[in-house]
Design a protein. Structure first.
Length: 260
């Protein structure tokens, strides 16, 4: 008989994890909103054997509901090496900091943000820094561990709160690329980390543009930014305001002539 779980989650991390979990578990309910928590409370009260798994839920779960899932708790798939990068943007913050390794932790959900004891951790080194691929790899790794261990969990290890670091929500004030004050690598990290939101922006040939992809070079091109370290952020893919994304060559062919 399949283990029955209540799943909490929204967004890509949750979607990738759920793809794995639903192959092996019976997902009796998927909580997506605050209102769904009343359904969870009723289901868990009526069915004490139901287990809870969470990935990127974004809703505060009160203590009285957490207590229903004792002693193992609601199992949280969190994409960082806790206690590092607690909070809402662990993968994006890791990319912004130039990390090459990315981790997933399985922890017991507690009232304090991402502060619960940890059941399992794994670190991966993706070949390419693509946020969606990182989400997929970490979610799958965490979910696969749960498939193997959810009915026989090890004793969780308490986190060292003195080593905790915290992430913050990104906002639109962060989107403008500032090559005069940052290195080329720092700007490239911003392009990758902000690809979904708030998006990296700069003006080229009088047009407000979103920089979708780029690379670092020691030599300039017709579509590059000279940075504080004397190196260049070379734009590979760009999206002028109100237009579709295009490669650098197409942009230059279409807009450099207009400006000139």
């Amino acid at each position: 008989m399949k283990t029955k779980i209540i799943f909490f989650g929204n967004g890509p991390l949750a979607d990738y994890a759920l793809d794995v979990l639903k192959e092996e578990f019976e997902v009796v309910f998927h909580a997506r909103t605050k209102e769904d928590l009343e359904v969870v409370k009723r289901l868990k009260t009526e069915n004490p054997d139901f287990k809870g798994v969470l990935a990127s839920f974004g809703v505060i779960i009160k203590q009285n509901l957490l207590d229903l899932f004792e002693p193992e708790g609601i199992l949280n798939i969190h994409p960082s090496l806790l206690p590092k990068y607690r909070g809402s943007s662990p993968i994006e913050t890791a990319i912004l900091h130039g990390d090459k390794d990315f981790s997933v932790s399985i922890m017991k959900l507690v009232k304090a943000m991402d502060a619960g004891p940890v059941y399992y951790q794994l670190t991966l080194t993706p070949e390419k820094i693509d946020k969606n691929l990182i989400y997929k790899e970490l979610a799958q790794a965490g979910a696969e561990w749960l498939v193997e261990h959810i009915d026989n969990l090890p004793t969780p290890i308490e986190q060292d709160n003195t080593k905790a670091t915290f992430t913050a929500k990104f906002d639109k004030s962060m989107s403008e690329l500032k090559p005069e004050t940052k290195t080329a690598d720092e700007l490239l990290n911003e392009v990758h980390a902000f690809k979904d939101f708030p998006k990296s922006k700069h003006e080229f040939y009088g047009l407000d543009c979103i920089v979708l992809d780029a690379h670092v070079s020691d030599e300039p091109t017709d579509l590059s930014l000279k940075c504080a370290d004397e190196r260049y952020l070379v734009v590979d893919q760009i999206q002028p305001a109100g237009r579709k994304p295009m490669d650098a060559k197409s942009f230059l062919n279409g807009y450099r002539k207009i400006k000139n």
